[in-house]
Design a protein around this ligand. Structure first.
Ligand code: IYR
Length: 223
């Protein structure tokens, strides 16, 4: 067994309660402006912004710090078209009979359908993969990961917040099934795509569904 090794957490900034309230208000304001959009502009977005957002995602906590995730950032038009073609094939099946009536009813407010032009228009598609286990590409040796869906979900949340903070609109897109993303992105068999985060400027005069979030009392309890 290795001995644990600790270092001082000198990056931690101690803030007084008043400043904390102010900062938490400001962050809430920022996040209140986050909306999923389904119409994007083709205006380019520097790769550095996406790199920073992925680096931010990589700061998420994870089970035993295994960081069981991989982010494939796609900007290549040929690959984006492949993604769109595959997604639309799955979605045609979904909207054409696979989805239950209840599900389709729940989607009415979003006006979604099988057409996904934004997958080619938006400058970046980020495929988020979770790693069910660790796989050494050279030896084929396997090692355990822990709390994989939770860890990858946390990282995806960090990613979306970072993209929004940078000034980008996003869509958390979940084509189902999305096994094809392993092939398109050249990812190994220990990885499973969990979502596709579409990122870019929103289209001019974009509209979003007239929906709201629950009030605090509906989703919290204080004991
Ligand atoms: N994947 C489909 C359907 C869909 C499902 C849910 I749950 C959503 O929140 C939105 C869409 C599509 O992208 O159209």
């Amino acid at each position: 067994m290795n001995e644990p090794k600790f270092i001082e957490h000198s990056d931690f900034v101690v803030r007084e309660p008043g400043e904390m309230v102010e900062r938490s208000d400001a962050f809430l304001d920022l996040m209140k402006r986050r909306r999923s959009v389904r119409e994007f502009s083709d205006r380019p977005v520097p790769r550095e912004v996406i790199e920073n957002a992925i680096l931010t995602a990589g700061r998420a906590p994870s089970g035993a710090n295994k960081q069981p995730w991989h982010f494939a950032a796609i900007s290549n038009p040929t690959l984006k078209k492949r993604v769109r073609d595959q997604v639309e094939e799955e979605e045609r099946a979904f909207y054409g009979g696979k989805a239950s009536d209840d599900w389709l009813e729940d989607l009415v407010p979003f006006g979604t359908n099988e057409h996904k032009p934004f997958l080619e228009i938006a400058p970046w598609l980020i495929a988020v993969f979770k790693q069910a286990y660790e796989l050494d590409p050279e030896t084929g040796e396997k090692a355990k990961n822990y709390y994989v869906p939770e860890s990858a979900g946390l990282a995806a949340g960090f990613l979306i917040a970072a993209l929004h903070n940078a000034g980008l609109a996003t869509l958390t897109h979940t084509p189902s099934p999305m096994g094809f993303l392993n092939k398109v992105c050249g990812r190994p068999k220990n990885e499973h795509a969990t979502m596709l985060v579409v990122a870019g400027y929103p289209a001019d005069k974009v509209v979003v569904p007239d929906i709201d979030k629950k009030p605090l009392e509906d989703f919290s309890s204080w004991l």
